[in-house]
Design a protein around this ligand. Sequence first.
Ligand code: TRP
Length: 440
Amino acid sequence: MADRETWATRLGFILASVGSAVGLGNIWRFPFQTATNGGAAFLLVYLVAVVVIGLPAILAEFVVGRRAERSAIGAFDRLGRPGWRAVGALGVFAGFWTLSYYSVVGGWVIRYVGASFTGAYFGAPNEYFGAISVGPEAVAFHAVFMALVVGIVAFGIEGGIERATKLMVPSIVLILLGLAAYGATLSGAAEAYDYFLSPDVGAIVANAPSVVPAAVGQALFSLSLGFAVMITYASYIGDDESLGVDGVTIAATNTFIGVLAGLVVFPLLFTQGVSPETSGPGAVFVAMPTALSALGLLGRVLGLAFFLVVLTAALSSAISLLEVVVSYLVDNHGTERKRTSAVLGSVVFLLGLPSAWAEGWLGWFDSVAVGLLLPVAVLLVVFFVGWVMAEDAVDELRTGAGDRMDDLAPAWLWALRTVVLLAVVGTVALSLFNLTGAPV
Ligand code: TRP
């Protein structure tokens, strides 16, 4: 077989993965999950979950992808286990489901880009968010966001977005750092840091049944796991590269950006007198205007910059979600790229209508995705790597990694088989228990 194409540079792969990982999950979902789950207690459990579960799990997806040199669904065939294709299929379905409400939030971001010009959100941020987040206008902006995603995927012009990602990650960090510094000067800062950064261990133990699955889910979601995206990306990594080093780099960058978003959002919320518990999915959208309105015209410029960067991050993630399905159909079933993108995009749009139309649905779609579909998909991949391809997996992780992995790789396998597997099973069980019915 001819040599398969690999990433031109190591940095290219890392940036593409970071571009997929960094998105609304870090800037919108992380602060809002932290706020709903008790602040610092959530942060601590989340950090532990990234290291103990997220990192081994991302390496599991890398190992499958690089070993098979195939994207998600084909990977299991190639590894001689066609029965496991269902795992790839579940991942693709989960991605679909997630994109439906992700796009609604993306629509809010577009809305806020426009509102930054006029300063419409300055006067009463909480009320403004309440008015635009559901209803006909939310549907319209959801349509605009999905149309952008479809357009980019249809013309196969992600190259442009990938180039934008290289700029995006540093700009996100710079803007967030600036805003965090500004937040530190505000009157609500002390209270906010206390809320976000000093965990009350008693509260963690008392609320473990809800905090732990939420934190594990956030860790997996934020690292783009379970949707077969990392398997696909890793299928292009060369054998001379250390998967372990790449995994640590990606996980660390991604986590850093989430925590930084928290350092921005909480001081602003507390200063505005909005309690984090009640802010819900609006946390970042209510917090930002607070900072910006104090700055007059400069506030509008900064608001524009901020929401444009968030839009780029959201688009790059949404594109990789849609691209996985489109390229699978195009490559394996010979469908035409433009039509496939448009049809799939329309289905995603329809699926997102409840989330855009009435309050409560977005949260429900999100808890089904992150509480159920995602951990089940990750569970299957972890089981597959830990028990079905065990020896090959250790060998693959050691490939290109130097001596250090001689001990670490078997330890990783052991962790996958025990701690990671149990933790993900526990997450699914608790999420099922916590999941409430649809908000009909
Ligand atoms: N990690 C992305 C974010 O934080 C969301 C996401 C989850 C994703 N799974 C994905 C993006 C798969 C691309 C592909 O916003």
